[in-house]
Write a protein that binds this ligand. Structure first.
Ligand code: ATP
Length: 772
């Protein structure tokens, strides 16, 4: 893992200068990446330079290459677009342009570059690096620079960060900006949804992505669109029939609205362009649907970065600096990527080549190859979309009669964004395969209680009932914290009575505990000897067996929106600290979810001055040190910077030092030199509509869970989780024994603990208070 405060292993003779630039199309999160690179470079004893306006700045030099100080990037985490500018630069495509760029870098003493951009920008970076020795020689031969001038800069090191809303780069699951863009798209489609429903209309929505269908596919999954056109998987030659069959089927099942998503680069199998106007024409003529086209355009680039992009770009920016400092003349240029939950680095040109190969495969009409060349997740998401979208020919994917199951679905614990999306996906998958999905209303207590009243607590789910659930917050089937042990006898009886063949549980630590109890009760109750699987869903992200619970992303987004707003207020009055009580409200936490995940990641995403977690606790020394730092920081500010600061405190971090008490202590110590306020977001953090990331992950993981339950002879109880770079099913018995801290109700090892140091480093918590 990264250790940013570690001293440089070998201190170079000269102070290294690291340049950072953004290039190509702008993407939300680029500013967070620049902030991380600037602050990390300074922390590691280097000078940091921003190259403004992309490669244009490199070619023109002068004022476009500027030294950056710690305070220059203050507040950048929440800004959209790129504050150092970007451009498409024709001159840099030619060697003379690159020659000027090389000269400008040497004149500024820079020989290490972090470039945040798309595949074009990164290709340019690699060309530049390859040519570097030749460019230097030419500069000396033509007398532009002397041999002494170039001597210290013989090798150029380059690291790429993929900044692009299109998510079109191979070898990484996500590019910086992609999930923010997806958020805008989903917000727009959610809005369109209600008007489409009201008038029973069809909408054809064109989304960006050039020749990559990621945004379109993810938008289709997270809005439950009826049909999607993406370039990697063009529809059959008679796409008009295929689309009309499916739309017709959905209308027949009772659906009042039709949403078709068209990727910018949509084509048919003969590579003819499919346009929104063509799609509308077909829907109007063949289906007699009142059809409108919405082209979302640049709205998709707009706004502040979502929580995931802030975290991704921050961690990648940190990793980029680490990679540059470890580089030798022999190491290749790297691109920093992410696989599931793990930041990794890959040879830049390998990633670029693979990306370009997708275009070639499409041009050669080898669509299977095209989809396989995108990251592994892409193909999986495509299959998820297909298997959860009702088709007109359902028998094609159905299992033989004897393999079909009655699957119980239950929500346990507090509501979390994505619970409904997962239920919808599971139910739709079941129907596609011939299983029968049953909802247990209001958890296990609901199952036992209502059964006695002969009011069915179990209802069979139909496609039309669940179809709209993809974007709904809360829990449509009702959730409850009660455990099966409250009445195991009756629970087991109900399982037998309803002849359940499998159980799909969605929830947080209570769900984990419930499955553990059911597993242990199997010896006594044969009806419980069925496969069971939990999909972790909780805003606290404290379920053992996974690093990611659905709902936590929705919570983070709600929290950072809240924090951005109060931080703005703190900045506006300049000399104010806000202490925010992060994480859940008391009522949800009373049984003891004690994970500082949300507080830490929110802190990382908004640049909190300090984060207090239950894992670390709060003590008087810590508070005294932080208050001293605040005092020094405000004293050194001289009013030139926006000095609003935010402290995040998980509500379980300490029983003594409450959010209010800390705010009061700070106020007392500030002695009128600055103000201190506190704010508690409470249930706001459970979010409204689930975030697109929670929706798509809910769909993907729910489908995987169904496939797990389908496996022949599978009588296991397991938890599905994202661990490092993999999605895994872990046997409950193993996780309960090896990975669960039952007292604190969290995993024994929390992956995000390593991130606290990065959050502290980048917020300057332990920095000498020069506030430059
Ligand atoms: P996006 O995916 O948002 O379009 P991109 O980085 O792919 O971003 P491009 O327009 O392809 O966008 O490239 C940005 C800039 O990178 C170009 O304007 C050019 O200056 C430089 N560049 C691109 N390709 C090359 C190349 N092969 N050689 C040198 N420079 C290049």
């Amino acid at each position: 893992m990264l250790s940013p405060t570690r001293e440089l292993a070998s201190h170079p003779a000269r102070r290294r200068r690291i340049g950072v630039m953004t290039s190509g199309g702008d993407a939300p999160g680029m500013n967070a990446a620049v902030r991380a690179v600037v602050r990390m470079s300074i922390t590691r004893g280097c000078d940091s330079y921003a190259i403004y306006e992309g490669y244009d700045g490199l070619v023109k030099g002068g004022k476009l290459i500027k030294q950056m100080y710690w305070g220059d990037v203050r507040g950048w985490l929440s800004e959209g677009g790129t504050l150092i500018g970007t451009a498409r630069c024709l001159e840099f495509r030619q060697r003379p342009g690159r020659l000027k760029g090389a000269k400008n870098l040497i004149l500024n003493g820079i020989d290490a570059l972090v470039i945040c951009g798309g595949d074009g920008s990164l290709t340019g970076a690699d060309v530049f690096r390859t040519e570097w020795p030749g460019l230097l020689k030419e500069l000396v031969d033509t007398g532009e620079l002397t041999a002494e001038q170039i001597e210290p800069y013989k090798h150029l090191n380059v690291v790429g960060l993929v900044g692009s809303i299109d998510n079109d780069m191979s070898m990484t699951d996500a590019t910086i900006g992609a999930y923010s863009s997806l958020t805008r798209i989903c917000q727009a489609v959610d809005f369109i949804d209600s008007t489409a429903y009201s008038h029973s209309r069809a909408f054809v929505i064109e989304v960006m992505g050039r020749n990559c269908g990621w945004l379109a596919l993810m938008a289709a999954i997270s809005t439950g669109a009826d049909f999607v056109f993406i370039p990697e998987k063009p529809p059959s030659q008679n796409w008009e029939d295929e689309m009309c069959d499916i739309v017709g089927e959905h209308r027949k099942l009772g659906k009042r609205k039709t949403i078709v998503i068209v990727a910018e680069g949509a084509i048919d199998r003969e590579l003819n362009k499919i346009t929104p106007a063509m799609v509308r024409g077909v829907l109007e003529k063949r289906m007699c649907l009142d059809t409108r086209i919405t082209t979302l355009g640049h709205v998709q680039r707009g706004g502040s970065a979502c929580a995931y992009d802030r975290m991704l770009s921050t961690l990648q920016g940190v990793r980029a600096v680490e990679t540059l400092l470890a580089a030798t003349p022999e190491t290749p240029s790297y691109v920093i990527s992410i696989r599931e939950n793990k930041i990794t680095k890959r040879p830049l040109m390998e990633a670029v080549k693979l990306t370009q190969a997708v275009g070639v495969a499409i041009a050669e009409k080898d669509f299977d190859k095209a989809i396989s060349l995108r990251d592994a997740e892409f193909a999986e998401y495509y299959n998820c979309y297909r298997s959860t979208t009702m088709r007109s020919n359902p028998t094609a994917m159905k299992l033989p009669e004897n393999k079909r199951m009655r699957i119980a679905i239950v929500h346990i614990g507090a509501p979390a964004g994505g619970m409904n999306s997962a239920t919808r996906a599971a139910a739709a998958y079941c129907l596609t395969r011939g299983h029968r999905p049953f909802a247990l209303n209001n958890g296990f207590p609901g199952l036992c209680r209502h059964h006695a009243d002969a009011i069915s607590s179990v209802r069979e789910l139909t496609w039309i009932e669940v179809d709209g659930w993809i974007s709904k917050g809360g829990s449509e089937i009702g959730t409850n914290r009660g455990l099966p042990s409250e009445d195991m006898e009756k629970t087991a009886w109900c399982f037998e009575h309803y002849k359940f063949d499998a159980l799909f549980a969605i929830g947080g630590f209570e769900a984990f505990t419930s499955i553990s109890e059911l597993r242990k009760a199997r010896d006594k109750y044969p009806s419980l000897r069925i496969p069971m699987v939990i999909l972790p869903a909780t805003v606290s992200n404290n379920v053992p067996g996974t690093e990611f619970s659905i709902g936590s992303d929705t919570c983070l987004n709600a929290l950072i929106e809240y924090c951005d707003a109060i931080r703005q207020s703190a900045s506006a009055s300049r000399r104010r600290v806000f202490v925010a009580g992060a994480d859940l409200s008391g009522s949800v936490e009373t049984q003891g979810g004690r994970s500082g995940y949300i507080a830490t990641i929110a802190g990382l995403s908004i640049g909190a001055f300090a984060v207090y977690t239950p894992e670390e606790g709060i003590n008087i020394k810590m508070l005294a040190r932080d208050i001293d730092r605040l005092r020094e920081s405000f004293a050194n500010d001289h009013g030139q910077s926006r000095a609003g600061k935010l402290i995040l405190r998980n509500e379980r971090a300490s029983t003594t030092y409450t959010t209010e008490i800390i705010a009061n202590m700070i106020r007392e110590e500030a002695n009128t030199r600055f103000e201190s306020r506190y704010a508690i977001p409470g249930h706001v953090q459970q979010g409204g509509a689930p975030s697109p990331m929670d929706r798509v992950r809910a769909v993907r993981l729910a489908v995987k869970c169904m496939q797990f339950l389908e496996q022949e002879g599978q009588a296991e109880a397991a938890v599905i989780g994202i661990k490092g770079s993999k999605v895994v099913f872990s046997p409950m018995e193993e996780v309960e024994r090896d990975d669960t801290n039952w007292t604190e109700r969290r995993p024994k090892k929390e992956f995000w603990m390593d991130l606290r140091e990065i959050a502290d480093t980048l917020s300057g918590r332990f920095r000498p208070p020069d506030d430059s």
